[in-house]
Ligand binder design. Sequence first.
Ligand code: 5AD
Ligand code: SF4
Length: 441
Amino acid sequence: MIAKTYTILNYGCQMNESDAEHFAGQLKDLGYEETVSYHDADVIVINTCCVRESAEKKILGKIGELKHVKAEHPGQIICVAGCMAQKDGGKLLKKYPQIDLLVGTGQVNNFKAIFADHLAAKGQKIYDGIVCGESEFEGEAVRRSSFSAWIPIMYGCNNFCTYCIVPYVRGRERSRGIAAVKTEIANEANRGFKEFTLLGQNVNSYGKDLGEKNAFARLLKECSEIKGVERIRFMTSHPRDMNEEIVRTVAEHDSICKHFHLPAQSGSNRILKAMNRGYTREKYLELIASIRKYCPEASVTTDIIVGFPGETEEDFEETLALLSEVGYDAAYTFIYSKRSGTPAAVLGEQVPIEIKKARLQRLMEVQNNSSLARNRKLVGKTLTVLAEGPSQNKSDVWSGRTDSNKLVLWPAADHNYTAGELVSVRIDSAQTWLLKGTAEA
Ligand code: 5AD
Ligand code: SF4
C-alpha cells in the first residue's frame, strides 16, 4: 500500500516553524509521509502569519492557487492553520471553499485528534479557541534540522503594543512548566541535538503566569546545564521585562549564546509611548549599557518599524540616532502595516507610503554601515562556529553560525564536516551579512 502524504507550507516567525514541526509530527503519527511537492500531497497544511498585510496577501494568493491544485487531486485535504486561521476563521471558509479545515493557534497540539475527527466527519470545520493552560505536545516533532531544535517555552502575549495583532491571535501568555521544557531539551540532546532556541513572544516574562518572578533567568541557567547542550539561544526579548539578572545569567554561562535580539521598534519616546511599549529610549539604552558591561562580546539585534501613525521627521531622526548610538549587528526593519482591530489602525495621522518607503531606505543605509563596521571588528579573530551544511551556492564551502549568530563561510577543502559539529574558524574578511574565514586545524 502506498502511504498517504502531506506537505506543510510555512509562513511567519520561528514560533510558526516550531508549530509546523508539531503538525508534521502528528501527521506522521497518523501514518502520513512528507512529500515536497504539494501537487501530489494528500494533505496540505498552510501555516499562516498575519503580522503584516504583505504576508497575508502572499498567503491568500497561495490559497487561491491551491484551488487549481485540488481540482487535479480529488480528495486532497487543505488545512489552513496558524494566525490567519485564528483571525479570519469563517470568513476564509466562505471565500475559499477549497479549504477543508481551519486550525487556530491554540489548537496546534490537538491537531492529531482534530484531524482524525475531520477524516471521520468530513465537511468544512473550524477549530479555533485558545486553550487556557497549553496542552503539552505529546509525540515527536519532525524537526527541519538535525542539530538545532526550537523549544517553545511560552505561548501568547500580554503586551498589546498598539500596532500588533499578535495578542489577538495568540491569546494571553501561557508558560510551559520548567520540567516539561527541560525534559524536551534533555530528550533532544540525547538524540544528538546541540543547539536549542527557547521561543516565546516575550521570553523575559516567562513564568509570571506560574507565579514565579524572574523565572526566565532560572530557566536559562538550568537549560544551559543539561548534559549534551552545546548552545542555548532565546527569542524574543521585550525591553520592558528584560533585566540585569538575565544579562548576567547569559554572561556567566558559556553555553548561553552571546546574542540579544532586543526589539526597540522606535527611538522616539513619543512614538514608544503611542506604541504602548512600556519603556523609554533612556531605559532601553540602560539595558544596552548593561549588555555591553557584562557581555562585551555579545551581538545585539533589533526590530524597527518606520511610519507608525504620527511619526514625524524628528521622531524618525531619533530612531536613526538610536541605531548609530547602539551600533547594532543587524536590524530587521519594517514598514508599519495597518492591522484592523488594533488601536493604531484607527489613529488619524497615517504616514503616506512614499514617506515610509524613503524612511526605510535611509534606515537600511545606516544599519548596513553599522553591520559592516561590527563585522569588520571580527577580522583576525578565531571564532567557534556550529557547522550547518554546505553553503547555498557552493558545495565545497561550508556555512555555520557563531555563538553571536553571525553567518560564517569557509572552504571545506577535503575535510568531511558533519552538521552540528563545532569548528574553529579564523575570520579573514567581513561583509554586511556574513563573515568569510579559514578553518583551523
Ligand atoms: N507593522 C509592521 N511591523 C510590525 N511588526 C509587528 N506588527 C507590525 C505591524 N503592524 C514587527 C515588529 C515586531 C516584528 C516581529 O514585526 O517589529 O517586532
Ligand atoms: Fe506572524 Fe506573529 Fe503569528 Fe508569528 S505570531 S506567525 S509573526 S502573526
